[in-house]
Design a protein around this ligand. Structure first.
Ligand code: FE
Ligand code: FE
Length: 187
């Protein structure tokens, strides 16, 4: 591929990521607010701060390129954020909602990891070493966030699972039919 068109593709991918990150600056506080687990909530607050820095890193790269970061909508992230909003609107409670939120959050991080892996590879090919180191920092943060979420899921999912058992038991002892609404789950 001629360098000119690779550069164009690179700039387009960066714009896509820039838009994705700005969507997340709005979405992360909602995920934090909906989390019951304090560690999960603090994790989202911490990642919100990182996300603002990631936006600044991209702005720095655009400045070096003499390009504007705006003008592209990341439809992929829009879809992931919409699904996340649907999750938050469910009537899951406690650990079960936290498990659902972690699932939504990991989709976000994996999408970002794919995007940053791609632009980092392009920056390497284009010999943009400063960009590479900035993109690498962000990529590391996204991977660390994903790993933290996996670790937290280990605890929280089993709590959510115990809530399920407790509910099944109480239904059996009380001779009730499983209720359609899953809102009253012990967490
Ligand atoms: Fe990010
Ligand atoms: Fe992220």
């Amino acid at each position: 591929m001629p360098k000119d068109s690779l550069r164009e593709l690179y700039v387009n991918e960066l714009k896509d990521l820039y838009n994705a990150e700005t969507q997340l600056v709005k979405a992360l506080p909602k995920m934090a607010k909906a989390s019951s687990n304090a560690v999960l909530r603090q994790g989202f607050e911490e990642h919100l701060r990182q996300t603002s820095e990631q936006v600044s890193r991209l702005e720095e790269i655009f400045e070096m390129l003499g390009e504007k970061p705006t003008g592209k909508k990341c439809v992929g992230m829009e879809g992931i954020v919409k699904e996340g909003a649907e999750t938050l609107a469910e009537d899951y409670e406690g650990a079960l909602m936290d498990s659902a939120i972690i699932g939504a959050a990991q989709r976000v991080e994996h999408y970002e990891i794919a995007g940053y892996g791609t632009v980092k590879a392009f920056a390497e090919l284009l010999g943009e070493h400063e960009h590479v180191s900035l993109l690498e920092q962000t990529l590391r943060e996204e991977k660390e966030t994903d790993e933290k979420l996996t670790q937290l899921a280990g605890q929280i999912n089993s709590q959510a699972g115990r809530g399920e058992e407790a509910e099944t038991e109480s239904r059996e002892t009380e001779g009730r039919q499983p209720s359609k609404s899953k809102s009253k789950r012990a967490a």
